[in-house]
Design a protein around this ligand. Structure first.
Ligand code: XUL
Ligand code: CO
Length: 440
C-alpha cells in the first residue's frame, strides 16, 4: 500500500514537548469527568478541506501539491480515500464528514455522478471496516454547481429544486450505507441578495418543503440519522435564511419542524453573525437543539468565513464548557471545518494544523472540566439570581403573579438595590484556570 504522507503516527508527549508533530494536551484515553478525552471530543476530519482544498483563493491558484493528485478525477477520488484513512489513522481521528461532491466528482449526468459516488463510497466502507473509523455526518453539496446560482431549495427554478432533492436523497442513501449518525443541511445559497427579484415568503415555504420531505425520507429510508441545520448569517448571499440558531429555531417552529432538526454550530459562522461561539452553543443548549460542532475559527478583522484551524484556547474553553453543561454532544462530534492557510502548503503543515486544533480543544476541555467541577461560575450565578428563590422573586419564578400585585409590591419599595456583575473578576479567574494557577 502506497504511503501518502511521510510522517509517522502522532503521539501524546505532554505540554512541555517541543516536537511540532506531537500532541501537547490531547491524550486520547485520559479520563476527564469519567470519560476518555476522545469520547468527549469525537474529532472528525472534513473530507473537503483536508483532501480537496489546495490553497486557491479568489486572487490566486493552488499553492498545495498533494501526493494523491491524479489527472483522472475518479482515480483521484479513490486515492483520496487511501490518503484520508492514512491521515486519520496517523492522527488517531476516529470520524470523518463528507459532501457527496467532495467524496466523488460531479460527472456529466446525475446518473453517472450517483454511480461514481456509489463506487467510491463502497471503497470507503471497506476502509472503515478495516480501520474502525466511522462517519460522523454526510451532506449534499447543493451550492457549488451553476445550477444552484440562485439557491437549491429556494431557487426560482423548480428543476434546480428537484435536482437538489435528488442529490440529498442519494447523499442520505450513502450516509446510511456508511452508518453516518448525523446528516447535515448547510443552507449553501439559500438566501437572497435583493428583494427586487425575490419572493421571500415563497422561498421560505419551498425551503421548508425540501426539509420536510428530507425528514420523511430519513425515516422511510431507514437512515434515522440525527438531522442538523448549520446556521450561517452571510456569504455567499447577503441575507442567508439560516442566520443564526435563534433564527433557525423560529423558522423550524413556523413550519412545525422543531422536533425534527438540531443544529450543527460552526464557530466562524457564529462570529460572522456577531455572536460569540459560546453564545450560539448556549442558545442551542437551552433549547435542547445542540447537535454537533464545526470546530474552526474566523479572523476578527476579516468579514468572511476564513475557516481557520481553532487555536484560541479561551473560545475553546467556553465552548467545551457549554458542551459539558449539555451533558456531551451525544451523536454529534467536533468536525474540523477548517483548512490550512494558503501559505501553509506542506503535508507537515496539514498535520500540524490538526494537532493544533485537537490540542486547543483538549486544553479547552481540561479547563472547562475543572471550572465545572469547582462550580466557579455556577455558584456565582446562583448567588446572582438569589432574589428569585424567595418572596416576590419566587412568585415570579413560578409564574404566579399579576401586574397589579407587582405594582402594589413595587410601590412599597424604597429603592432597588444593584447586584454587581463582577465581570472583570470572573474573567480574571477564568485566566487563572487557563493558566492553571488557581488554587481553589
Ligand atoms: C460552509 C460550511 C460547510 C458546511 C457543510 O460555510 O461550513 O462546509 O459545514 O456544507
Ligand atoms: Co461548516
Amino acid at each position: 500500500m502506497k504511503e501518502y504522507f511521510k510522517i509517522g503516527k502522532i503521539k501524546y508527549e505532554g505540554p512541555k514537548s517541543k516536537n511540532p508533530l506531537a500532541f501537547k494536551y490531547y491524550d486520547k484515553n485520559e479520563m476527564i469527568l469519567g470519560k476518555p478525552m476522545k469520547d468527549h471530543l469525537k474529532f472528525a476530519m472534513s473530507w473537503w478541506h483536508t483532501l480537496c482544498a489546495k490553497g486557491a483563493d479568489q486572487f490566486g491558484s493552488n499553492t498545495m501539491e498533494r501526493s494523491f493528485e491524479n489527472q483522472d478525477p475518479v482515480k483521484e477520488a479513490f486515492e483520496k480515500v487511501d490518503a484520508g484513512f492514512e491521515f486519520m489513522q496517523k492522527l488517531g481521528i476516529e470520524y470523518f464528514c463528507f459532501h457527496d461532491r467532495d467524496m466523488a466528482p460531479e460527472m456529466p449526468t446525475l446518473e453517472e455522478s450517483n454511480r461514481v459516488l456509489d463506487e467510491v463510497s463502497d471503497y470507503v466502507l471497506s476502509k472503515m471496516k478495516e480501520t474502525n473509523i466511522k462517519c460522523l455526518w454526510g451532506t449534499a453539496n447543493c451550492f457549488n454547481h451553476k445550477r444552484y446560482m440562485s439557491g437549491a431549495g429556494t431557487s426560482p427554478n423548480a428543476d434546480a429544486f428537484a435536482y437538489a432533492a435528488a442529490q440529498i436523497k442519494h447523499a442520505m442513501d450513502i450516509t446510511k450505507k456508511l452508518g453516518g449518525q448525523n446528516y447535515v443541511f448547510w443552507g449553501g445559497r439559500e438566501g437572497y441578495d435583493t428583494l427586487l427579484n425575490t419572493d421571500m415568503k415563497m422561498e421560505l415555504d419551498h425551503y421548508a418543503t425540501l426539509l420536510t420531505i428530507a425528514r420523511d425520507y430519513n425515516i422511510k429510508s431507514g437512515l434515522n440519522a440525527q438531522l442538523l441545520i448549520e446556521p450561517k448569517p452571510k456569504e455567499p448571499t447577503k441575507h442567508q435564511y439560516d442566520f443564526d440558531v435563534q433564527t433557525v429555531l423560529g423558522f423550524l417552529r413556523t413550519y412545525g419542524l422543531e422536533k425534527d432538526f438540531k443544529m450543527n454550530i460552526e464557530a466562524n459562522h457564529a462570529t460572522l453573525a456577531i455572536h460569540t461561539f459560546n453564545h450560539e452553543l448556549n442558545v442551542a443548549r437551552i433549547h435542547n437543539v445542540l447537535g454537533s460542532i464545526d470546530a474552526n475559527q474566523g479572523d476578527m478583522l476579516l468579514g468572511w468565513d476564513t475557516d481557520q484551524f481553532p487555536t484560541n484556547i479561551y473560545d475553546a474553553t467556553l465552548a467545551m464548557y457549554e458542551v459539558l453543561l449539555a451533558g456531551g454532544l451525544g451523536k454529534g462530534g467536533l468536525n474540523f471545518d477548517a483548512k490550512a492557510r494558503r501559505q501553509s502548503f506542506t503535508d507537515e503543515d496539514l498535520f500540524i494544523s490538526y494537532i493544533a486544533g485537537m490540542d486547543t480543544f483538549a486544553k479547552g476541555l481540561r479547563v472547562a472540566a475543572k471550572l465545572l467541577e469547582d462550580q466557579v461560575f455556577e455558584n456565582f450565578k446562583k448567588e446572582r439570581y438569589q432574589s428569585f428563590t424567595s418572596g416576590i422573586g419566587k412568585k415570579i419564578e413560578e409564574k404566579n403573579v399579576t401586574l397589579e400585585e407587582l405594582s402594589d409590591y413595587a410601590l412599597k419599595l424604597e429603592q432597588v438595590e444593584g447586584i454587581s456583575g463582577r465581570q472583570e473578576w470572573l474573567e480574571a479567574i477564568l485566566n487563572q484556570y487557563i493558566c492553571e494557577s488557581y488554587e481553589g
